[in-house]
Design a protein around this ligand. Structure first.
Ligand SMILES: Nc1ncnc2c1ncn2[C@@H]1O[C@H](COP(=O)(O)OP(=O)(O)O)[C@@H](O)[C@H]1O
Ligand SMILES: [Mg+2]
Length: 459
């Protein structure tokens, strides 16, 4: 077969060979993986043994597609090129190599520190949850033995998915497609859009491809994949999140308003803790937060205690309870005699935890209900992690009713635990007031604000 880039974006990518960072994509089926594989070949002849490449996917099974593509393509150019299954590496007769690898996250990227590559590719960059691994690996882009001016990092991806917002910010928004921009680190970068309609080879072979794409059912997602539209709201889950409406000036909480905590727990990953109160109308306020990664249970408990005790709006009052991630009660064996759960450690610090309901879909609906009815508020300047992460959270591609769990969802999970327990989705204006004698109403009130079914009205 005669392998040729197709007219349009594929040719454009080849001509952009002088650019350091290329992001190629936008649509499904546009020939992205093909282009990445081809761009590696361009350096093989030119640089021989000095041309060292690595191509990443997020998971190992996803690499199969690339292995197939390269098997079909590379032997046509180099009949003696060999794919070594054991080392997952292409070996070219002139000494060039291409490793095919998967990395899930930033920690996996550490294994590549100190290595030198002249070609790095990330296929489907949108499937990672952030650009941390990407940027870490970028530091490996150097020529070990000879000057290789064409060395580059090329990635592909579509709108949607956990990395949508990061890609949009880094590659899509700074300049119109096809424009070279200069990064702060001195590297040039460019976004090249390719759509399935640019891939005539695929459409000739499979004329029903577009109809099959349409049958995915999610109208926004299909539109984004067909048109490469990064502004379609496919990426954002909380479309009702409106920072202006949510943010309120901080004030001292009356001492009879109940205080609650909620927590999503992590040790390497961040722990997100929020301090909440509820007013008499059932509006929920997130007063302050603690958000910290890389700490032990006891360090987190210490820091949260400090936050609670020094919070200027609550006179250091402790929350009645802290709704948390149910997994915090899982015991770990510390020695033959002792096993401990993170919840035990928190209890030793005087922080008492309650298992929160972990029904995700209901939890997201409850949050959305509060957002639509404008019954959830955050104190200005005290809730930065929640404010930063909520608007960026993407929908899951698998289940549009859920969030994508690869995204930075710790503050959102914590909010979900809180709202499931402290927010009552209800419409006060539709509620029937309590009827009855004065004493009956007082009896009902004494059952507590949390169990009331309607507004109090004295007969
Ligand atoms: N220039 C080309 N020559 C031959 N086949 C191509 C070319 N570009 C794309 N294709 C084929 O089109 C199909 C879709 O391309 P692919 O790179 O897998 O798309 P994407 O990664 O964007 O989903 C694949 O079968 C691929 O081999
Ligand atoms: Mg592909």
């Amino acid at each position: 077969m005669n392998w040729q880039p197709q007219a349009g974006p594929q040719e454009k990518a080849i001509r952009a060979n002088f650019v350091d960072e290329i992001f190629y994509g936008g649509g499904r089926g546009g020939g992205k993986s093909w282009t990445l594989c081809y761009m590696f070949l361009m350096g093989v002849e030119k640089y021989g043994e000095h041309w060292k490449g690595v191509l990443f996917r997020r998971t190992y099974p996803e690499l199969d597609e690339i292995i197939d593509q390269t098997r079909k393509m590379y032997r046509d150019f180099y009949p003696d090129a060999e794919y070594k299954v054991g080392t997952h590496q292409w070996q070219f007769p002139n000494g060039a190599t291409l490793k095919l690898r998967h990395i899930e996250n930033e920690a996996d990227a550490d294994h590549y520190q100190g290595m030198a590559f002249t070609f790095v590719a990330f296929d489907e960059l949108g499937s990672w949850s952030d650009l941390k691994a990407y940027h870490k690996i970028k530091a490996c882009l150097r020529s070990g033995s000879a000057d290789v001016p064409d060395k580059k990092i090329v990635s592909s991806g579509n709108p949607g998915g956990p990395n949508h917002q990061n890609i949009k910010k880094y590659f899509i928004d700074p300049a119109p497609e096809g424009t070279v921009i200069e990064g702060e680190d001195g590297m040039s970068r460019m976004y090249i859009r390719s759509l399935v309609t640019d891939n005539k080879i695929l459409l000739d072979r499979d004329p029903h491809y577009i109809n099959r794409l349409k049958s995915v059912g999610d109208e926004h997602l299909v539109k984004a994949w067909l048109e490469g539209d990064w502004d379609a709201f496919v990426g954002q889950y909380f479309t009702n999140w409106n920072e202006k409406k949510i943010t309120v000036n901080s004030y001292e909480i009356p001492d009879h308003w109940p205080l609650f905590g909620a927590m999503d727990y992590g040790e390497a990953a961040p722990t997100s803790f929020g301090l909440y109160t509820v007013d008499y109308d059932g509006n929920v306020y997130r007063i302050a937060e603690y958000y910290q990664d890389n700490a032990s249970a006891s360090q987190h408990a210490d820091n949260i205690t400090k936050l609670i005790e020094s919070c200027p709006f609550t006179e250091g009052r402790y929350p009645q309870t802290i709704y948390c991630d149910p997994s915090m009660f899982t015991k770990r064996r510390l020695s033959a005699a002792i096993s401990h759960s993170p919840a035990d450690v928190f209890a030793e610090h005087g922080l008492f935890l309650t298992r929160a309901s972990n029904d995700r879909i209901t939890g997201w609906r409850v949050i959305n209900d509060a957002l639509i009815k404008e019954r959830f508020f955050c104190f200005n300047g005290w809730n930065d992690a929640l404010m930063r992460t909520m608007p960026a959270l993407p929908r899951s591609n698998k289940n549009p009713e859920d969030l994508d769990t690869h995204a930075e969802d710790h503050a959102a999970d914590e909010l979900r635990y809180a709202m499931m327990h402290v927010y009552r989705p209800h419409k006060p204006e539709d509620e029937k007031p309590y009827e009855g004698t004065g004493q009956e109403v007082i009896d009902m009130m004494e059952q507590g604000w949390g169990t009331r079914k309607g507004r109090y009205a004295l007969a």
